[in-house]
Ligand binder design. Structure first.
Ligand SMILES: Nc1ncnc2c1ncn2[C@@H]1O[C@H](COP(=O)(O)OP(=O)(O)OP(=O)(O)O)[C@@H](O)[C@H]1O
Ligand SMILES: [Mg+2]
Length: 314
């Protein structure tokens, strides 16, 4: 078993096998035999309990271990009716219950045993550990971590875009993650809904939605992550799209219709026509973009909520 990923030694699973203890993974329900049992009796016990080995206890003390291999060898050599005490392995490798799991993983790798008896601080047998126990415990741990992450993300998404009202003004904020196509359009849809709710003309709401959507997808496709903030005032809506990098090499070039650095993969998904920034400009009454390679891009769009002339073309 190799739970350690050597190319990325600090994986979540790696951290888990350091933080979990042997006692967190071991089985406590240990089947044991005594030195006075016959190997034949052990064979029956192993078959009945569907296990392939068992510790041997004498007056509560661990004195040996007997495995299915010992039984097979006893059958081969004709001593299956003899005492366990005469044929067991007495040189037993054990592990303490308070050891980190990674120690057990090392033992399994080094000794290639099927199971390792676990001793408590007083030296008494308190459990038994197999590689399957470790795998099951790791899966539980990873599952728990994954569920926590999913819960956090749902909470974050639910919080995202909840309008914060301050006097006349409403502010909505949306984190935007790099590569997160699944959530593309959330900021755009929420902003459009908020404007419609306030009775803003649908054409204006649509322009805000298009500008936001293009800004969102640019953060998703071209940046390492950022956020969209929308501030709805009495007269206008201001949409800010800020990301943390890598920034735009040549902003003037980026603004040209048809200019795109999108990858083939992104183009297959329907993006990368190089029309995002030009569309944003078309939707905006006021438009500002600044970008520094290395420190990210900041785009600000302002749209008047009550334009005097009804505009055609979106
Ligand atoms: N936030 C950003 N960070 C880094 N580069 C960006 C960012 N936004 C835009 N760019 C650069 O500007 C180019 C033009 O952007 P634009 O939105 O116009 O087109 P596109 O995203 O490539 O394609 P489309 O928007 O039509 O799907 C992008 O290809 C990219 O190189
Ligand atoms: Mg774009």
């Amino acid at each position: 078993m190799s739970v350690i990923n050597h190319t990325n030694g600090f994986s979540v699973a790696h951290e888990l096998i350091y933080t979990l203890k042997v006692r967190d993974a071991m089985s406590r329900d240990v089947v044991t035999v005594t030195p006075d049992n016959s190997l034949r009796e052990v064979q029956a016990i192993l078959r009945e309990r569907r296990i392939s080995g068992t510790p041997v206890l004498e007056d509560g003390r661990l004195v040996g271990i007997v495995s299915l291999e010992d039984i097979i060898s006893a059958l081969d050599h004709g001593h299956i009716e003899e005492r366990v005490g005469d044929w067991m392995t007495t040189n037993v490798v054990t592990i303490q219950d308070n050891m980190p799991l990674h120690r057990a993983v090392e033992y399994f790798r080094r000794y290639r045993f099927g199971r390792i008896p676990v001793l408590d601080a007083g030296g008494c047998l308190c459990g038994i550990l197999t590689q399957a126990d470790i795998v099951v415990r790791l899966m539980e741990g990873l599952n728990h971590i994954a569920e926590e992450a999913a819960r956090r993300e749902i909470a974050l998404l639910q919080r995202a875009g909840t309008p914060i009202t301050q006097g006349q003004e409403v502010t909505m904020e949306f984190p935007v993650n790099a590569g997160d196509f699944d959530n593309a359009g959330i900021a755009s849809a929420r902003i459009k809904a908020a404007l419609k709710e306030r009775g803003i003309d649908i054409k204006v709401a649509r322009r805000a939605a298009i500008a936001t959507y293009e800004a969102e997808t640019n953060i998703i496709i071209h940046s390492i992550g950022g956020a969209i903030t929308a501030r709805i005032g009495a007269e206008s809506i201001t949409i800010q799209a800020v990301d943390w990098g890598p920034g735009i090499e040549d902003v003037e070039m980026a603004l040209r219709p048809g200019f795109s650095t999108a990858s083939e993969l992104v183009r297959v998904m329907g993006f990368g026509a190089g029309m995002g920034l030009p569309n944003i400009q078309k939707c905006a009454d006021r438009f500002h973009i600044e970008s520094k390679p290395g420190s990210g891009t900041r785009l600000e769009v302002e749209i008047d909520l009550h334009p005097l002339v009804s505009e055609g073309g979106e």
